[in-house]
Design a protein around this ligand. Structure first.
Ligand SMILES: *Cc1c(COP(=O)(O)O)cnc(C)c1O
Length: 468
């Protein structure tokens, strides 16, 4: 195939995409295939001669599509959302046609400058003060890794990269038991080590770190000869939406000179609505903060917004300037590859520009507000049923519940089996979690095409299958 044929196939693909979205409600949300089924349908060896594009697209439909779980399905209530709004998909289409590699300012000045502007639009949108700068990372995991590396270098007086951790004081990092596994992995990769990630017990209805215990632990660690390096707080934890008392955490961090990172990968998008900002009161004092516009805000995956109060600490940690990357005579320009672990970077800012211009902040807020109110209403309805129990109340648009099985059956097994039956049924998609060791079912509303009727149908499906 060559570029002369591109318009023909591009048109077909775009027609296909529109039809796909129009018929999503007719498909089972979670793929109904068995492990190995898709790979068995693929030839074991690559073709020696080229296939026609029509055959490739036909096989895509028959082999690949059955094995897709539909994240854009309006009745996707599992995990957290990964919205891909049409303007952001169009931006990605353009970016994939241009395919620039945007590691340095000069390797595509527009990518860098649109990114700087878009990160500032986002900063204003979520109410962070103007001393924050931002960079788009590929994932919240990468942003957290970059923050933990910065935390480490700052605590070691910028000597860790040069000399390694052997012989250095043992660092300590603090977080609650509700943080995402990406925090554990950042601690592993940074060489700080799992033993030095200290879990502070949680307290209160929002399951945030007990700040009294946090301070007592830091003091005890100092006494024992450890070097406290930083605190990782969360707003909207993955399991139940747990929120740390950020103000309390920042008070302590400032008292002991610790670097702070706030993981708001999911919940950060909701902060475009001022009424939700109380949940992360104090976040404006963090050193580093991440949220994923690719979750709840409508920017096609991947797009993770990483904000820093002092970007120079991050750059000091991550920048390497071999001769071939130096941009002579271009002082003052930003080379975003110095702000992240990977060198190469895609032009991710364009989809933010298309998205925010196309919907406007009011259009985005309206969706998030609907999701929050529908989730709260759903929790009320389900909680009013005699055989259901709300385990954790809604935090924004996420709550957890349990079905109370008949006398004599194991509640954990019964709820795991309920999730399985719901997902095999295919009309909706849910995932489970464990709270204090016991199974609970998560329910979150966040897909952009979801309507109130979809949420009502979820209520009906859950009741029907639980009672069957
Ligand atoms: C989704 C999520 C992450 C991981 O995000 P990636 O972008 O997939 O790395 C981290 N923390 C929280 C709270 C999340 O919800």
């Amino acid at each position: 195939m060559n570029w002369d044929d591109f318009p023909k196939w591009g048109q077909k693909v775009s027609d296909w995409a529109a039809r796909y979205h129009a018929t999503l409600r007719d498909r089972p949300v979670r793929a109904q295939t068995k492990p190995g089924q898709i790979s068995a349908a693929l030839p074991a060896a690559p073709p020696e001669t080229g296939d026609g594009m029509d055959q490739i697209l036909k096989d895509f439909e028959t082999i690949v599509m059955p094995g897709i779980t539909h994240w854009q399905h309006p009745r996707f209530f599992a995990y957290f959302p990964a919205n891909a709004t049409p303007p952001s998909v169009l931006a990605e289409f353009l970016v994939s046609a241009i395919a620039p590699q945007c590691m340095l300012w000069q390797t595509s000045p527009a990518a860098t400058e649109v990114e700087t502007r878009m990160m500032d639009w986002l900063r204003q949108s979520i109410g962070l003060p103007s001393d924050f700068e931002g960079v788009i990372q590929d994932s919240a995991s990468s942003a957290t890794l970059a923050a933990v590396l910065t935390m480490r270098e700052r605590a070691l007086n910028w000597q860790g990269n040069a000399h390694g951790l052997t012989g250095a004081p043992r660092l300590r990092v603090y977080c609650s038991s509700e943080v995402h596994t990406s925090i554990d992995r950042a601690i592993w990769i940074s060489g700080i080590g799992q033993d030095n990630l200290v879990r502070i017990p949680t307290t209160g209805p929002l399951r945030g770190m007990d700040t009294g215990k946090l301070e007592a632990t830091i003091l005890a660690d100092q006494k024992a000869g450890y070097l406290p390096a930083g605190i990782i707080a969360c707003t909207g934890g993955t399991s139940t939406g747990a929120c740390d008392d950020i103000t309390g955490v920042m008070d302590i961090a400032e008292r002991y000179g610790l670097y702070t990172h706030v993981d708001a990968a999911w919940a950060g998008a909701a902060m475009i609505c001022p009424e939700f900002r109380a949940l992360w009161q104090g976040a404006q004092r963090a050193d580093s903060l991440v949220f994923n516009p690719h979750k709840w805000m409508g920017a096609q995956f991947d797009c993770s917004a990483h904000f820093l109060r002092d970007a120079s600490s991050l750059v000091k940690t991550l920048a390497i300037q071999p001769e071939y990357l130096k941009t002579h005579g271009q002082d003052g320009v930003i080379n975003y590859s110095e702000w992240s672990v990977p060198l190469g970077r895609r032009f991710r800012a364009l989809k933010l520009w298309f998205l925010i211009r196309s919907y406007g902040l009011e259009g985005l807020r309206a969706r998030i507000r609907n999701h929050v109110s529908w989730a709260q209403e759903m929790a009320q309805r389900l909680g009013a049923e005699p055989d259901f129990q709300i385990v954790t109340d809604p935090v924004l648009a996420l709550f957890t519940f349990r079905h109370l099985p008949n006398e004599g059956s194991d509640p954990d097994a019964a709820n795991l089996s309920l999730v399985e039956r719901i997902n095999d049924d295919g009309r909706i998609y849910l995932t489970q979690t464990r709270i204090d060791g016991h199974v609970a079912i998560r329910f979150q509303v966040g897909q952009f095409e979801t309507t109130k009727a979809d949420v009502d149908q979820a209520f009906a499906v859950i009741c029907e299958l639980a009672r069957k």
